[in-house]
Design a protein around this ligand. Structure first.
Ligand SMILES: Nc1ncnc2c1ncn2[C@@H]1O[C@H](COP(=O)(O)OC(=O)CCCC[C@@H]2CCSS2)[C@@H](O)[C@H]1O
Length: 334
């Protein structure tokens, strides 16, 4: 197994790197990586992104959002969170075996005088509180296991950004399990920094006899991974568009009346849009709903579509921007 040194804190790059190592058929080495992200919410493969994040908090805190390849729920990363990844050849396709990969973490903490244990589906806990969430995915004969390690994470921010968005969203996606969490640093007796903890963990894996050496990414690998980052991981299609079908109901009362908006979103596109309310209109709003069908559910596309519609004829008393703000998702996409 090779210890791959990856100093990047770009969440899109880091997840592209995992995919690259898992699926690269020209490099079938086993890998072990420790890495960190700048503040980000990482949603699971089958989750409805908009349901897992609190949009307002995400925007005000400058937290990014990314989707990973593995299943499970949404987690929050910041500089106080360390991630570990194992990518191994696993011919026998055994049932999900998490303990094999969480063992080095438990052993390292044991050396530090902290008792941690595997718990539930995919967690490692200290005194019944979760500090590590784990997930796996496979590609052909290769298995990727990754996990978080909350060392000194900003839990207040985690709670803020992982809040379900204020819209009333009914989804067919997998909901995150909200569980009580803790930081490793809270349980440490002698001062140990995240860097020292990282070194101890590498040492434990090394002592296990698995590590053959360290290496960094080559220029050509960096190029390939960055290509994947651009094409997939930073794309709206992957982060938001890939969500399961969901419905949004949004009701707002303006001085000129109440607007009750119902949207069905599928593959990131508006599949159905119905508008109800007690406002006075010069035109049938079902037409407006019909015209929005097929539009990607993201602000620039919605704005673009609405700009060529005569919104004033539907909502004569509305102020500029009010309807756009209600229909759009408010997301600013890079
Ligand atoms: N960083 C972090 N570590 C541990 N637990 C967390 C974290 N962030 C949030 N949570 C808690 O876990 C639940 C979600 O638990 P749930 O069990 O639903 O999901 C997971 O654990 C997924 C782990 C994915 C790990 C990957 C490794 C590298 S990229 S992300 C959430 O609501 C919080 O209560």
């Amino acid at each position: 197994m090779i210890h791959l040194i990856n100093p990047s804190t770009d969440p899109y790059f880091n997840l592209a790197l995992e995919e690259y190592l898992l699926m690269n058929e020209f490099d079938l080495n086993d890998y072990f990586l420790l890495w960190q992200d700048r503040p980000v919410v990482v949603v699971g493969r089958n989750q409805n992104t908009l349901e897992e994040i609190n949009l307002e908090a995400i925007r005000s805190q400058g937290v990014e959002v990314v989707r990973r390849l593995s299943g499970g729920g949404a987690v929050y990363h910041d500089e106080g969170n360390l991630n570990f990844t194992f990518i191994v050849n696993d011919e026998n396709r055994s049932a999900f075996d998490f303990a094999r990969f969480t063992e080095p973490v438990i052993e390292t903490l044991d050396k530090m005088g902290i008792k941690a244990e595997n718990s539930g589906r995919n967690d490692i806990t200290i005194a019944g509180k979760k500090f590590s969430g784990n997930a796996q995915c496979r590609f052909k004969h290769r298995l990727l296991h990754h996990g978080t390690l909350m060392f000194d994470c900003r839990i207040e921010d985690m709670v803020k950004v992982l809040n379900v968005s204020p819209d009333k969203i009914v989804s067919k996606g997998v909901k995150s399990v909200r569980s009580r969490v803790t930081n490793i640093s809270e349980h440490i007796k002698q001062p140990v920094s995240l860097e020292q903890f990282k070194d101890l963990l590498v040492q434990t894996v090394r002592d296990g006899g698995y590590l053959q050496g360290d290496r960094q990414l080559s220029k050509s690998e960096l190029l390939e991974i960055n290509k994947l980052r651009q094409k997939k991981y930073i794309s709206w299609d992957w982060v938001y568009g890939n969500s399961p079908p969901f419905n949004i109901q949004r009701k707002k009362t303006f001085p000129w009346g109440t607007v009750d908006l119902r949207l069905d979103i599928k593959n990131g596109l508006i599949e159905k849009c119905k508008i109800y309310g007690d406002f006075f209109s010069n035109r049938d709003v079902t037409e407006l709903g019909r015209d929005l069908t097929g539009t990607p559910y993201r602000q620039p596309d919605i704005d673009h579509k609405l700009a060529v519609m005569d919104l004033n004829s539907y909502f004569p008393a509305a102020n500029p921007g009010e309807i756009e703000g209600l229909i759009g998702d408010g997301l600013v996409i890079k």
